[in-house]
Write a protein that binds this ligand. Structure first.
Ligand SMILES: [Zn+2]
Length: 328
């Protein structure tokens, strides 16, 4: 039995038809974890959908109304890049409920997973890039509202910048200390590190600069990586960003957005991480969180490997990494 919970539902499947987003991945990850004896049936807990009240902690009443009444404009639907349906709305409400539940479990057990979620491109008033509802932001706001946490840190390792996260939490910034000027390694000097400010939620995003979203609203720390960055450089930048962030900010909860798309075989990504390198990435995040006693909630976000089984392996490895790091 795992020393933490995996929040999962078969209804995480997104009814979007043939799409580059492999909506069946959630089901495959669940199956893989059981078949390989990484997890057993009672490690999984089923989420309930978030309430409208929860969703409204992040999203505007106008946007929520449009989703519930099916009255998005064609342009708004196009921007979301997934076909609207009432079933899709239900799946996103469920993903948000899953992240709320995972955050609650993480606060008790040091770590917990939502085997879904990570929809970091959703904004308060619109959806973008396959994301309708920002489940992670909803979970943070719910934990704050319930006085379970005051301060949260998002660590976004999806290959795409967390533009929704940056926009949602931009309103609460206070000036913070500048970063040290030293780069983690000489040969990664081409990557750019941008540092803004942090309020109650400190946002870190490591992403490929030359990729969606074109407009990247500032996170607390943005690491704009050049194309084709490999394992060692990526890990050095992640280590640097985590150390810098945690020098400036002490979170009560870390939200790790463990996108599988920095993988070298990803169809929508232009970085060059290996499957082993991605697991080292997960281990690094977990080691840092554990050493500092910061509860960590994990969500999955993107993953568009040419072979879906690679995406499933990368996401399953994140559970294995947590199992290894949090075994004691
Ligand atoms: Zn992505």
């Amino acid at each position: 039995m795992l020393p933490f919970k995996l929040v999962y539902s078969d209804d995480y499947y997104l009814p979007i038809g043939a799409h580059v987003f492999p909506a069946e991945k959630y089901h495959h990850i669940h199956k893989r974890l059981i078949e390989t004896s990484v997890a057993e049936a009672n490690d999984f807990v089923a989420p309930r959908p978030a309430s409208d009240q929860d969703i409204l902690l992040v999203h505007t009443p106008q946007y929520v109304q449009k989703l519930k009444s099916g009255t998005l404009s064609p342009r708004e639907e196009l921007e979301m890049e997934i076909p609207f349906s009432p079933e899709l709305v239900r799946a996103f409400w469920l993903a948000a409920g899953g992240s709320i539940l995972a955050a609650e479990y993480a606060l008790n057990d040091r770590v917990a997973f939502n085997l879904g979620g990570g929809f970091h491109h959703a904004f308060p008033d619109h959806g973008e890039g396959f994301c309708m509802i920002h489940d992670v932001a909803v979970a943070i706001r719910r934990m704050q509202r319930d006085d379970k946490i005051r301060r949260a840190m998002t660590v976004d390792c999806d290959v795409h910048q967390g533009n929704g996260t940056a926009a949602i939490f931009a309103g609460l910034r206070i000036p913070s200390a500048p970063l040290p000027s030293t780069a983690p390694a000489e040969n990664v000097a081409a990557a750019k590190l941008r540092n803004a400010h942090a309020g109650e939620v400190f946002t870190i995003s490591l992403h490929q600069e030359n990729n969606y979203p074109g407009w990247k609203p500032p996170s607390s720390i943005d690491v704009d990586l050049p194309d084709e960055v490999g394992d060692d450089d990526y890990l050095a930048w992640l280590d640097n960003a985590l150390s810098s962030g945690l020098r400036q900010f002490e979170p009560d909860l870390m939200c790790y957005i463990a996108g599988a798309d920095p993988y070298k075989e990803d169809q929508l990504g232009g970085l060059s991480l290996t499957i082993e390198g991605l697991k080292k990435r997960d281990e690094l995040v977990f080691r840092v969180a554990k050493a500092r006693n910061i509860p960590v909630m994990v969500t999955y976000a993107g993953g568009y490997a040419r072979k879906v089984e690679d995406t499933v392996t990368i996401h399953s490895n994140t559970v294995i990494a947590a199992k290894e790091i949090f075994a004691t």
